[in-house]
Ligand binder design. Structure first.
Ligand code: NAD
Ligand code: GLY
Length: 370
């Protein structure tokens, strides 16, 4: 079962003078009119990576060329392991070395890694230049390109250095998903599934009914998944841009997930894989705290497995696995004075942020890790 007639309409992010639209549809990247109406500038800088450049850089360059006197490109090394200072500096080297100025518009062409780094570069180059998100992974289209979180990693923690800085437009060309490797598709599905238990049980029902179509890259199913995910994220970000409260629910699964990513070393598990498994662990914790019944946890676990994602956490330290998870989680950005905060399911379609006794957290880690 999939959506028979996808209808594409821009999703608005309402943030006053930082408002912008998310454009979703097939074929958008190659159309020149997609890029009309952006801030005026002499120069555009496409930031991409070694995998995406051969696939889409030329098409984007041709499409935006009518709007700028010159289009430059910087090609970064690919991978989460390169979401760091030296790679960020390559963007600044290119901007400064190629005569860019404070009006230059940056185009982040790629997945969440390119998007997060380009956004951070845009936030800080000459104290801020406009940037456009052109997400090419499912994960980036449904989550990371929207909402203005930008960052690089620190060896001690995920996304620890960054800024809130909104793009001026997001363009999700659904055709780019056709070249996505299956493992990356699954990683993106983790962030799609996330929206169900925290905000929209009807969407969770729909994902369950359509998971085979999504896994088969059915265009109509993917279109609906991107559209609905962006609508939910826009609704959350519109109320709480800087994560003073509500926005933290979007981190469901991320507290355990970030411990997996940092504990194993960035890039060993994909971000979406860690989040998928982290959602199972957070749901387990919610159940042990008496917030949800076992049936919802089982349902979530089964869906995450059907999405091709791991549902058992890795052992990151054979001697004291739970201790190592907890040590990493104490560095999570949500932690308050070292007290870990979890996004918990607080009944179907609702989430809350709260602490949990260490002993219970240890139980969950022991029960959920291979
Ligand atoms: P990614 O950017 O590493 O992309 C995954 C892989 O797919 C890379 O090898 C990339 O080169 C390749 N790729 C991208 N598009 C492709 C295409 N169309 N065809 C073929 N290959 C393609 O990973 P991701 O999953 O997109 O993003 C994960 C990152 O996003 C993490 O660093 C995470 O912290 C961040 N993130 C940020 C936010 C936010 O709100 N800013 C939210 C969620 C995740
Ligand atoms: N991906 C979590 C957020 O944007 O807040």
């Amino acid at each position: 079962m999939s959506e028979p007639t996808p209808s594409f309409h821009p999703v608005a992010i309402a943030l006053g003078d930082r408002s912008y639209d998310i454009h979703i549809g097939p074929g958008l990247l190659r159309r020149s009119d997609t890029w009309a109406g952006l801030p005026r500038a002499q120069t555009a800088m496409i930031v991409t990576n070694t995998t995406i450049a051969p696939l889409y850089e030329a098409a984007l360059r041709s499409a935006i060329a009518p709007h700028y006197r010159q289009v430059r490109t910087v090609v970064l090394p690919d991978g989460e392991a390169h979401k760091d200072w030296p790679t960020l500096n390559l963007i600044f080297d290119a901007l400064l070395g190629q005569g860019c100025d404070r009006k230059t518009v940056l185009f982040a062409l790629g997945g969440g890694v390119v998007g997060d780094m380009t956004g951070f570069a845009a936030a800080s180059f000459m104290r801020g230049v406009p940037f456009v998100q052109v997400p090419t992974t499912l994960l980036a289209q449904v989550d990371s390109s929207v909402g203005g979180k930008t960052a690089i990693n620190h060896p001690l923690g995920k996304n620890m250095i960054g800024a809130f800085y909104q793009p001026v437009r997001v363009v999700c060309d659904l055709d780019t998903l056709a070249t996505l490797p299956p493992r990356e598709l699954s990683a993106g599905l983790a962030e799609v599934i996330k929206y169900g238990p925290i905000a929209d049980m009807a969407f969770l029902d729909w994902i369950e009914a359509n998971i085979d179509a999504l896994m088969a890259q059915d265009p109509a199913a993917l279109a609906h998944a991107v559209q609905r995910s962006c609508e939910i994220k826009a609704w959350v970000v519109g109320q709480d841009e800087r994560e003073a409260g509500l926005r933290a629910i979007l981190n469901f699964g991320h507290t355990f997930g970030h411990a997996i990513e940092a504990g194993l070393g960035f890039g060993v598990w994909l971000h979406g894989e860690a989040v998928g498994c982290g959602m199972v662990m957070a749901a387990e914790l919610s159940q042990r705290l008496g917030l949800v019944d076992a049936a919802l946890v089982a349902r979530l676990r089964a869906l995450i497995a059907r999405a091709g994602l791991p549902v058992r956490g890795p052992v990151i330290d054979a001697a004291d696995n739970a201790g190592h998870y907890i040590a990493h989680m104490r560095l999570d950005k949500k932690a308050v004075a070292g007290d870990i905060q979890f996004v918990l399911i607080d009944g179907p379609g609702q989430a809350k942020v709260a602490g949990a006794p260490d002993a219970l957290v240890r139980e969950v880690i022991q029960a959920c890790c291979a």
